[in-house]
Design a protein around this ligand. Structure first.
Ligand SMILES: [Cu+2]
Length: 280
């Protein structure tokens, strides 16, 4: 039954039937974040993994140790779960338990990071949420693995390089479950509106952009009949896409489970060259 109704609709119903109606849809995003998805060279990078509402104050939700964390490079899988360390993450709103990892990148190519969080009990919806997150870092401008399908239980396979997008450009992806496209999948899109502070493990108190209405906190779109979607990216920064409840597992601890596919992309400002002449 859960798959038949959208999660935001289910949440709206819960909110309407309870006494607090002021909060709009709260979209959850498991981040695997590093400031630059494009790097000139390899070396040590720090990946932060708060579970948050990234466009809405960056509220942090405490989650258990991730079930999986690994990277794929030139088709080769390296398990990184042992490198995951617990840490705290703060926002203007609160502080929660989070995770992070230091990972050494060796050589040119794409590094596809995959994190499967432990199921999280979302009390307001009375369901468990488990997200499988992909973040792709490119080193040296050599594309290798970014568009590989990994056959995950819930996965967004990019058709656009997630690390090479201009603000004003687009991102296209296909929602899949174990390699099979998910037609008309519901996808939530959010902007990382509170700049992550890598040193102090917190989101900025100040938002990057003003949102014209609550509807712009979480932008809900749907994939087409082939599971494909395109989103126009209006501003530079990090954007998250979460395809809801597309995974095969639908139950955990006797409760409904929503297995979501998450992918992060980064858009870059279009900056005129210093010596550019306006064309006539
Ligand atoms: Cu939440």
């Amino acid at each position: 039954m859960f798959n038949k109704i959208s999660r935001s609709l289910a949440l709206a119903t819960v909110l309407l039937s309870s006494s607090f109606v002021s909060t709009p849809t709260l979209a959850h995003f498991q981040m695997v974040y590093t400031p630059d998805l494009v790097r000139d060279r390899g070396g040590l990078i720090n990946l932060k993994m708060p579970f948050t509402h990234p466009a809405d104050s960056g509220h942090v939700m405490t989650v258990e140790t991730p079930e999986q964390f690994y990277m794929i490079k030139k088709g080769k899988k390296t398990d990184l779960l042992a490198d995951v360390k617990p840490s705290k993450w703060s926002s203007a709103d609160n502080q929660g338990d989070s995770y992070e990892a230091d990972v050494k990148l060796r050589g040119l190519g794409d590094y596809v990071f995959v994190m499967q969080m432990a199921p999280y009990m979302e009390a307001s919806e009375d369901i468990y949420i488990q997200q499988i997150t992909k973040t792709i870092v490119n080193v040296g401008g050599l594309p290798t693995d970014w568009n590989e399908e990994l056959g995950l239980a819930a996965e967004i396979v990019p058709l656009t390089k997630p690390y090479a997008i201009f603000a004003g450009g687009t991102f296209t992806g296909v929602v899949k479950s174990h390699g099979k496209a998910v037609p008309f999948a519901e996808i939530e899109v959010e902007y990382v509106n509170y700049q992550p502070d890598m040193k102090n493990n917190r989101f900025s108190d100040q938002s990057n952009i003003d949102l014209p209405a609550d509807l712009f906190v979480t932008m809900t779109i749907f994939a087409d009949a082939n599971g494909t979607f395109t989103f126009g990216i209006p501003a530079a920064g990090h954007w998250g896409f979460a395809a809801l409840g597309v995974g095969a597992d639908t139950e955990y601890n006797g409760k409904e489970l929503s297995q979501d596919a998450v992918i992060w992309v980064q858009a870059h400002e279009v900056t005129p060259s210093q010596n550019s002449q306006p064309s006539k």
